[in-house]
Every structure is written in C-alpha cells, then in structure tokens.
Design a protein around this ligand. Sequence first.
Ligand code: NAP
Length: 253
Amino acid sequence: MSDQISRTAIVTGSARGIGAAVAKRLATDGMAVAVLDLDEKACQAVVDQITEAGGKALAVGCDVSNEDAVGAAVDRVASELGAPTVLVNNAGVLRDNLIFKMSADDWDTVMNVHLRGSFLMTRAAQKYMTKEKYGRIVNLSSTSAQGNRGQVNYSAAKAGLQGFTKTLAIELGKFGVTANSIAPGFIATDMTKATAERVGMEFEEFKKAAATQIPVARAGEPEDIAAAASFFCSEEAGFVSGQVLYVAGGPKD
Ligand code: NAP
C-alpha cells in the first residue's frame, strides 16, 4: 500500500469485471474505495478481497441512473469513508441490436446507465472535489464510440462520454479536478462473455477470434484497464486532463 490513504474513491459497477479490477487496484494504490453496484450484497466479495489485502472498502448498493439513490450513496460514502475525490464511472449495460430491431426501451436503458448515470454520479461527487480543491474523474468509454454494428445506442453513449469528459475537464480544472476517459477494446469479462453467448460461440473461441484482430495478439484483461485508471487517478497525473486513452492492444480496436 502507498501513502495515498487519505483519498476516497468511488468505482461504479465494481461488483465484477473491469470495475472490480479498478476498485482493487485503487485500493492497492492506497485509496479507501466505495465498491458501488446495483446489488449491495454482490459488492461484498470485492470489499472482502480489499480488506483482506490490508485496504479499506465499503459496499454500496445504488442504481446510478436514479437521482435520489445517487445523492444518498455519494453522501453515505462521504460520511463513512471520507470525501470522495476520485470517481470512476464504469457501470454499464449492453442492449445490442440492429437499429431496425432496436426498441426505444433498449435505447433509453443504455443512455440512462452510461450517460445519465455518469452525469448524476459526477454532479454529486464534484461537490466534494471542488470543496477539497482536488479531484480525479475517469469515464469508461469504448472503441465502440467510433461505430460498431449492432450498437447504435452503446456507441452513441460511449461517444457522448468522450464529450462529457472534455467538458468536465474545462469546467472543473480550476478546482484541481481532472477528467479523463478510457476507451477499452475487447476485454474478457461477463459483458463480452454474454456477447459470445448471444452470437452462439464458446467464450474461449470468441476470445481467440478477437485476438486475431488485435495487434498485441491477445484479448485484454480487466487489469489492463485498471493500470490505466490507476495512472489517471494518481496525484501525479494532475496536468493530464480531457484525454481519451484507447486501451485496446493497438491504435484502436
Ligand atoms: P460487466 O462485467 O457487465 O460489469 C458491469 C457492472 O455494472 C455490473 O456489475 C453491473 O451490475 C453494473 N451495473 C449495470 N447497471 C448499473 C446501474 N444502473 N447502476 C450501478 N451498477 C450497474 O461489464 P465490464 O465488461 O466490466 O464493463 C465495464 C465498463 O467498461 C462498462 O462501462 C463497459 O461499457 C465498458 N467497456 C467494456 C468493454 C469490454 O470489452 N468488456 C469494452 C469497452 C468498454 P449487474 O451485474 O447487477 O448488472
């Protein structure tokens, strides 16, 4: 553990996948971490792993698209762990379909979790960051922001998060708050496993097929994203803001 113990981080959607890896990495970096996800009980395993390794963590149940729940969750983190000055907006869902088959509900669900959720979480957390004159915000975008068949909803949301990030950087910079975006390529998680199931492929085969399109010739792991998040969330990254970092094993996907 480093000496950054005074910082408190919130990682949304961190009961599993990329969020869980980011939460564990920030705890290793010395931060107290709120492991926030839809189901509080589902967060406990990650909290236990962090505390067993000597870190500090709190399980928080919250739907990031629910305004009242977000306000209550962020205030609870502040009172139980300390002012949240690091926020990683990672919670995400897929509702893939070609546009002619996509329902308005599938459009709204994706917008609500990724865009509305990141907006609500950031608005609630920036109160603490601006007061502390310090903050680190990281938004999870995707290579899909550049367009991906079957994902008009998701690619629009992920491109939206890039604009959101740049505007946060402009508005909040004078308060010592940076905002950056990570755009992962193919990362092996339950999300990509579900995509493999949807297209009728074994996950290992699906990963191998993806790797043939990736310059470093392997699928990404959640820890690859956690390493990038660790840098953006560090004290020393204070002059890096408004950036989109593609973490995709190559120039983009
Ligand atoms: P994942 O394994 O599906 O995990 C996403 C987590 O977000 C789940 O624990 C989920 O909870 C939670 N969540 C969903 N809706 C929520 C809400 N309204 N409020 C709070 N939590 C919510 O996904 P992942 O692969 O780790 O992806 C993490 C992020 O990276 C997402 O934003 C995703 O779009 C992005 N990303 C992933 C990849 C990839 O290849 N995996 C690539 C590019 C970008 P439940 O389990 O209860 O649903």
